[in-house]
Ligand binder design. Structure first.
Ligand SMILES: Cc1cc2nc3c(=O)[nH]c(=O)nc-3n(C[C@H](O)[C@H](O)[C@H](O)COP(=O)(O)OP(=O)(O)OC[C@H]3O[C@@H](n4cnc5c(N)ncnc54)[C@H](O)[C@@H]3O)c2cc1C
Ligand code: SF4
Length: 333
């Protein structure tokens, strides 16, 4: 049995107090704890103090501003029950695909957006890892996945970020210098070692989803070994909008779990735009996704398999998103 190391814990009563507490050396934000507590047990994270965000971040979906502001403390269990319109249906779909119901009942939107990158050589117990020299992510100077490589290639496997990026969401972030907003895509550095573009003591408050065209649809597709639990071998989120002529007017395609951050694929989007998402267009988009993916040997599946199935994920997500867009267009005319 893996035991938690002794760690201080505090639950600040407000956002300001949480930001101040996170400014202390060695402090780390704690939301649902479904990933961070595992990291503590594996000794891959050794914060001196855990700062609970339970009273700092909003929970629930606020419809006040025209779109939807999804509070960082919203559980994935609640998010998957959201009866979202076709344009943003990818969001509850992605929430539903995370882990299993007991985990989703604690796991939060903020924790999913800020999930650390993963690697089969890193997400192991300290005993398992002790058989090799520490890798870059563990503070060493080697990479076991890409020997001789000059960076960490740990994989960004969170499911919500590709879906939120595909629908054009922004995140609201609070820190010592106040609040700011940035595109979901800009929350990520693409680096395995430090995947988040967040300054010290910054907290994600919400994911703000814009009101989208009533002729659009989105979908999230995840390929994994066991539907009920596993992280993705590869995933894809697609948003498409139908134009007046019935063809696809605009598209966004974002991949997950095939690099150290979500990957937007402009060539896949170009393949869908102007098409009726017929098999040739879908195959061209899938091919662009396979080329954009950069899997290495650090997950349960081979890079070749992950590259292959990311194309499958794009085709499935794009087809489902298109059905939703066309259905929404017909319903509104
Ligand atoms: C068996 C198992 C299977 C899993 N499968 C999946 C899966 O398929 N897909 C998937 O995406 N995830 C999976 N997870 C990981 C995890 O459960 C989810 O990503 C979850 O959403 C994390 O949220 P949390 O609230 O528990 O985050 P925590 O574990 O509390 O925190 C995660 C990270 O986010 C930071 N953080 C949390 N909230 C904020 C905030 N508001 N602002 C800034 N930083 C913050 C924390 O400091 C920490 O670094 C799995 C976990 C387990 C144990
Ligand atoms: S990709 Fe390399 S450096 Fe990064 S966690 Fe894996 S083994 Fe370590």
């Amino acid at each position: 049995m893996l035991r938690l190391p002794p760690t201080r814990w505090t639950r600040p009563p407000s956002l300001d107090a949480a930001v101040a507490a996170l400014g202390e050396p060695g402090a780390r934000a704690l939301a649902g704890g479904t990933d961070l507590v595992v990291a503590l047990k594996n000794r891959t994270g050794r914060p001196q103090c855990l700062v609970s965000l339970a009273d700092a971040c909003p929970a629930g979906i606020d419809t006040g501003g025209g779109g939807w502001a999804i509070g960082a403390a919203t559980t994935l269990w609640d998010l998957e029950r959201w009866t979202a319109p076709p344009s943003v249906a990818a969001i509850p779909e992605a929430a539903r695909s995370v882990a299993a119901p007991p985990i989703r009942s604690r796991a939060t939107v903020g924790g999913n957006l800020c999930l650390d990158t993963r690697c089969v050589f890193y997400n192991q117990s300290a005993f398992w890892r002790s058989g090799r020299p520490p890798c870059r992510k563990a503070g060493g100077e080697v990479c076991h996945a890409v020997p001789g490589g000059d960076r960490c290639h740990a994989v960004f496997s969170a499911d919500l970020p590709p879906a939120l990026a595909a629908v054009g969401a922004r995140v609201r972030v609070a820190g010592p210098d106040g609040e700011r907003r940035k595109d979901v895509a800009d929350l990520y550095t693409g680096q395995g070692l430090a995947p988040l573009a967040l300054a010290a003591a910054e907290v994600v408050l919400s994911a703000d989803v814009p009101a989208l065209s009533g002729r659009s649809g989105s979908a999230f597709e995840k390929i994994r070994a066991r539907r009920g639990l596993d992280f993705a071998a590869a995933s894809a989120a697609v948003w498409v909008e139908a134009g007046d002529d019935g063809a696809c007017r605009s598209a966004r395609v974002v991949l997950g779990a095939v690099d150290s951050g979500p990957v937007r694929v402009a060539r896949a989007e170009e393949a869908l735009q102007g098409s009726l998402l017929e098999p040739e267009a879908l195959e061209t988009a899938a091919d662009a996704a396979r080329r954009a993916a950069r899997p290495v040997k650090n997950a349960d599946f081979t890079p070749a398999y992950r590259r292959k199935v990311v194309g499958v994920a794009v085709k499935r997500a794009a087809s489902r998103a298109w059905q939703r867009a066309v259905g929404a267009r017909e319903a509104s005319s």
